[in-house]
Design a protein around this ligand. Sequence first.
Ligand code: SF4
Ligand code: SF4
Length: 432
Amino acid sequence: MKRFIGRVEYFGSLIYDTERREYIPLDQDGTNILLNLKPNINIDDLYHKYFSSFFSYFNFKSFIQLIQSIEIIDNQYNSNATFIENEDLEFYLNNRFISAPLKVRIALTYQCNLRCRHCFSNSGKKTQQELNEELSTEKIIDILDELKNSGVFYISFGGGEPFLKKDFFKIIHKANQNKMNISISTSLTSENVKNLIEEEIPIQELKISIEATNYKEYINSRGKNLFDSLKNNLEIINKYKKKTNTYITFSFVLNKQNYTYLPNFLNFAEQYNADSILFYPIYNVGRAENHPELILSNQEIEKIQKIINNMKERTKIEIEFFSIPLKFGKWGLYENYGCGCAKTTIYISPYGEILPSGMFIKYKEKFSLGNIKQTSFKQIWKNIALNQINKISPDPNCTGCNYYEECKGGCLFRSFDKYQKFSYKDPTCLIK
Ligand code: SF4
Ligand code: SF4
């Protein structure tokens, strides 16, 4: 396998660096140059033959030097990149849709050692029969290969509690063999976490759901007292982080009762050297549907936004709040797409169902995009490219909004959950 793996896209290409484990986007000109380079080619001839009518020699040479500096080509113009062959490429180019998602979230199991009030997937203790219906290790390993062959290298494992999945470390080993960028969402309370830490298994990001900063809140929110296990594992995670360079994110689900503790969350995150904090408002999905008293009002979301803005001023930790206007990440040249569900990311449930995101479990009969137990990933993604979820016209209330280019109407799930329509602007948006 060459170090760089490329996929041609309608905007140019995405080149995945298997050493740094990150995508590098190239525009169409850059992609054309890269695809035309041959070992020991005369670079001036190449420029005059194909590119002189499109851009200056200076720009051409600068681009060559740039891709040499990041080692996509060497000094003799040998390419270190292999491009994935895609028999459906014309289809994706014509539809201006990416040929595969950028990131796939795989919920490995709905088994969990906790029982949180806010849990969108109703995770908890599962019977053997329920566990038998979940994807087998062999199937997950096949899926990881299918994703790699489609050029999907960002994988996020969650659950339930992923560390409780049978053969979890076999699965992680496979993702590492495939040189994938691995993120794990965990409560960091399972005994099995120790293997990760002791064996220094490389993981690019650990997203640790904290949810409380003392015993009382912990039991109240999570149904069980594993606060000591969390703290013990957090103590040793710093050593692991130094060896593996893992990025540590603390996550908190905010509800009506806990948002006043926000400053305590920040102190806790600083005490344990988190790199970033991710705050989510509680969603009315899963177990939270039994707790309407926890759902935040827009006024409370506005208050939270102010508290978080103050927190940002007094800490080095990166803080993100999943609130409006949504700043959907820009993946290089592929940007301005708004909500990424079924456009840049998808969710695979432990039963193999593919959904735009985990929250769509609530409407899975309506929005299931296929089941990976029966249909290949490639076919499912092609169906998604044609799905109406990608063809939503914006709410007229959003046009003219300064944030429109990034936000494009906000969270699709929140709009659907409130209005049973995607084309309405996010109900938590406070912009008039
Ligand atoms: S929210 Fe996370 S830790 Fe809590 S029950 Fe659900 S899966 Fe388990
Ligand atoms: S008005 Fe629409 S585009 Fe603007 S922030 Fe609100 S939801 Fe986003």
